[in-house]
Design a protein around this ligand. Structure first.
Ligand code: ARG
Length: 458
């Protein structure tokens, strides 16, 4: 088959080269963006007096027919035509004749592909931002419903201090809120139009790039034609935010995997989101969560893959840049899947209070015993030491803190009085942490109200 660029060639392309260099097998993902861009470009050419009204109409009709076939899955993609751009252009010429050959006037695939990618990323970033919002809503609602539940917070995976379960879910909401801000910020830099930059140096036809930007809904135009065609920073940045969001999802997934183990038994995962074992009948495996954790590896890999592609290429466009697409498409698909999966799990969680609550007692309360003494004037370091000796004593005796007598406590410090027993209830201890951002019920209740309003749930 004759290539659109075959003029200076005297040999047919090697079969291997066709297979090795093609991108249409994956960049057809950009087909609808490509056609949208084609139409805007044609209108810009008309405005510049390069195409007549008649020609413009003919080309746009041809493009719309192609779009319809693509949407209906009827379009025949040809590997010999290399990529999505040349497939569509060649088909256009086939359908509308020579006039179709005017489509690529004043344009290069270099500014074309960057434009498609930015259009695609605008759409996908919006979708991801919506999915993040759905997830945050689920977290806030779960927080509201779990305000009464107390469990130990862990540091070093050792029981640390009692918290309200709601506090935990609100922590993740904060992370996903920051991720949302990062996507929004990244979106601002995606939202610039490269088209009109040509292959590298700009365009010698009198086209109005601001007009194209307006037609395509871009907020700005890229101000330098070299940068416009060489740049994939907007993709790298997007992939970074995907990787960071994936890391948050993975940590949440990991907590829930641990909590759903029989050893912890803090949560029950919905059956419909778990799978069984082909050999061990008792198993209910948290595969969705495990895959969310595992797929984070891809999100990291995709970022690193693109950064590596970019680091050594001479400015400006090089074919290496074609390698940006598979990581990009993969991260979009992976992150969207993980966001949906984790939300479904969160919405389906049930909690086992009888397992969490006792674990939030005993030595988890001892920090507050030290604080009790500190409030009575003992230097905290010394109070810490006394409280530590109480722990050692109770371990030796095989007793829980709740079972200690006032007499025993007094043997450690005369300052202990009856009121110390108030501290032996995890919820009392949690609710003492009333500072802004602390786990006390009154703090969390306020923050849940704020969060419900911020998420449009109130
Ligand atoms: N398929 C190419 C890519 O994805 C499109 C741009 C090709 N440009 C070129 N000068 N060969 O990067």
């Amino acid at each position: 088959m004759e290539k659109p660029w075959s003029g200076r060639f005297s040999e047919e392309t090697d079969e291997f080269v066709e297979e090795f260099t093609e991108s249409v097998s994956f960049d057809r993902e950009l087909a609808l963006e490509d056609i949208r861009q084609d139409i805007a470009h044609v209108r810009t050419l008309q405005k510049a007096g390069i195409l007549s009204e008649e020609e413009t109409k003919k080309i746009i009709e041809g493009l719309k027919g192609i779009e319809k076939d693509i949407r209906e899955g009827k379009f025949e993609w040809k590997r010999e035509l290399e990529d999505v751009h040349m497939n569509i252009e060649a088909e256009l010429i086939k359908r509308v004749g020579d006039v179709g050959g005017k489509l690529h006037t004043g344009r290069s695939r270099n500014d074309q592909v960057a434009t498609d990618e930015r259009l695609f990323l605008k759409k996908e970033t919006e979708e991801i931002i919506n999915l993040l919002k759905e997830l945050r809503k689920a977290l806030v609602i779960t927080a509201r419903n779990s305000i009464d539940l107390i469990l130990p917070a862990y540091t070093h995976l050792q029981r640390a201090q009692p918290i309200r379960l709601a506090h935990y879910f609100l922590a993740f909401r904060e992370m996903f809120l920051k991720d949302t801000e990062r996507f929004l910020d990244c979106y601002r830099r995606i939202d610039e139009l490269p088209l009109g930059s040509g292959a590298v140096a700009g365009v010698d036809f009198p086209i109005d790039r601001h007009y194209t930007a307006e037609l395509l809904g871009f907020n700005k135009i890229v101000r330098n034609s070299i940068y416009a065609t060489a740049d994939r920073d907007f993709i790298a940045e997007f992939l970074f935010v995907c990787a960071l969001t994936g890391m948050h999802l993975s940590r949440l997934a990991e907590d829930l995997i641990i909590w759903s183990s029989e050893e912890f038994s803090y949560v029950d995962l919905p059956d419909k989101l778990c799978t069984g074992s082909s050999i061990m009948p008792q198993k209910k495996n948290p595969d969705v969560l495990e895959l969310i954790r595992g797929k984070t590896g891809r999100l990291y890999g995709n970022l690193l893959s693109l950064l590596t592609v970019l680091k050594g290429i001479p400015t400006a466009y090089n074919r290496d840049l074609q390698e940006d697409k598979e990581p990009l498409f993969d991260s979009v698909k992976t992150l969207k899947g993980s966001l949906i999966g984790i939300r479904k799990v969160i919405e389906g969680l049930s909690f086992k209070e009888h397992k969490m609550y006792p674990n939030a007692g005993n030595f988890v309360l001892i920090t507050d015993v030290a604080n009790y003494l500190a409030l009575k004037g003992i230097p905290f370091r010394k109070a810490h030491h006394i409280a530590g000796s109480i722990v050692a004593y109770l371990i030796e005796k095989g007793k829980r803190l709740e079972d200690i007598t006032l007499e025993e406590l007094r043997s450690f410090s005369e300052l202990f009085e009856e009121d110390v027993f108030n501290l032996f209830k995890p919820e009392n201890v949690a609710d003492r942490r009333k500072t802004y951002g602390g786990t006390a019920r009154e703090q969390i209740t306020k923050l849940i109200e704020v969060a419900l309003r911020e998420e449009g749930l109130k």
